[in-house]
Design a protein. Structure first.
Length: 318
């Protein structure tokens, strides 16, 4: 069990960095990017392109892919998302759904349907591990992924908390129109945030390609994991995203500890449980708190009993 908890925590690092971009875009731009998982896979294939055709190290190829993904995100926000955000809530969702289809079919046309992986290009790191005890060992690659996730999220949080750009982001997230009146270019903030989200997605995609295998149509599954981590940890919170990713990873690993078929089921169950608790919490807050919410059930029960009793008495008298 201890090994399952440890492996789940390390897996949560991957989920955290995968979900960070989705959480950031929703927290600032206020829309859900349904192409998020496919963007992660696109970043991984760009790195594969550098490794296979230019004989680059996967790590150097990932560094080279970062500015490419940032520019791609910046351009996508300027020429696609900026226009659709003016059309209400539904149009951005449909646009990102179409973008996901374009990325999937574009990757299929360019790379075929074969499953790819970066594991063969990182040598022993793909399987090597450290032995903590006779029964517990941790893989070197999962530890590296977790460290990259924590360092990336800490750095991003410091930028958002301490820099001038971070203040502009927070102001735009609160009220873009008021921020515009104060001299902040909200549209440019959206473009930079989208560029950062694309970079985070690409890093996650590369980590996935190192840990496992990817295909052009692997994106939707990653979107589900990212969305679950965001909801579990709290939308718009980077630290919450880290905790949500760890919680999701631990739930999946513990589920697989009891039965391998419970790996995904345990994660989905945790997601539904958190969603249900938050729904009930909103209802409780609406009526004045949990005490008032629970007392409403007892009052409804007493009212129902009072309504039923006279009916029974009339039936007995007849």
């Amino acid at each position: 069990m201890l090994d399952a908890l440890l492996q789940g925590t390390l897996l949560g690092g991957y989920y955290a960095i995968l979900a960070a971009g989705l959480s950031l875009m929703f927290g600032v731009a206020r829309f859900i990017n349904l192409a998020h998982g496919d963007i992660a896979i696109l970043g991984a294939f760009i790195v594969l392109l550098g490794v296979e055709y230019f004989n680059m190290s996967p790590w150097f190829a990932m560094i080279g892919a970062i500015p490419i993904m940032y520019v791609l995100g910046w351009l996508t926000q300027k020429y696609v998302f900026d226009r659709t955000q003016r059309g209400g809530f539904l149009l951005p969702l449909l646009t990102t759904f179409g973008l996901a289809a374009v990325i999937q079919n574009g990757l299929f046309a360019g790379f075929g349907s074969d499953i790819r992986s970066l594991a063969d290009y990182i040598g022993d790191l793909s399987w090597d591990s450290w032995d903590l005890t006779d029964e517990i060992s941790v893989g070197k690659l999962p530890v590296i992924v977790f460290v990259i996730a924590v360092v990336t999220l800490v750095g991003l949080q410091l930028v958002l908390s301490l820099s001038r750009f971070g203040r502009a982001v927070r102001a735009t997230a609160l009220d873009p129109e008021a921020a515009q009146l104060c001299g902040i270019d909200s549209a440019e903030v959206y473009r930079k945030i989208t560029g950062i989200a694309f970079v985070l997605s690409a890093i996650a995609g590369v980590m996935l390609a190192m840990r496992a295998s990817i295909a052009p149509y692997s994106g939707p599954a990653q979107l589900i994991f990212a969305f679950e981590a965001v909801v579990i940890g709290g939308i718009g919170s980077l630290w919450g995203t880290l905790l949500g990713g760890i919680a999701l990873g631990v739930a999946q690993s513990v589920g697989a500890f009891f039965d391998p078929q419970w790996f995904q089921l345990a994660g989905h169950s945790l997601f539904l449980l958190v969603l249900g608790v938050r729904f009930l919490n909103q209802k409780a807050l609406h009526v004045g708190g949990w005490r008032a919410y629970l007392s409403s059930f007892s009052s409804d029960k007493r009212t129902a009993e009072k309504n039923i009793t006279p009916v029974k008495e009339r039936g007995a008298s007849q």
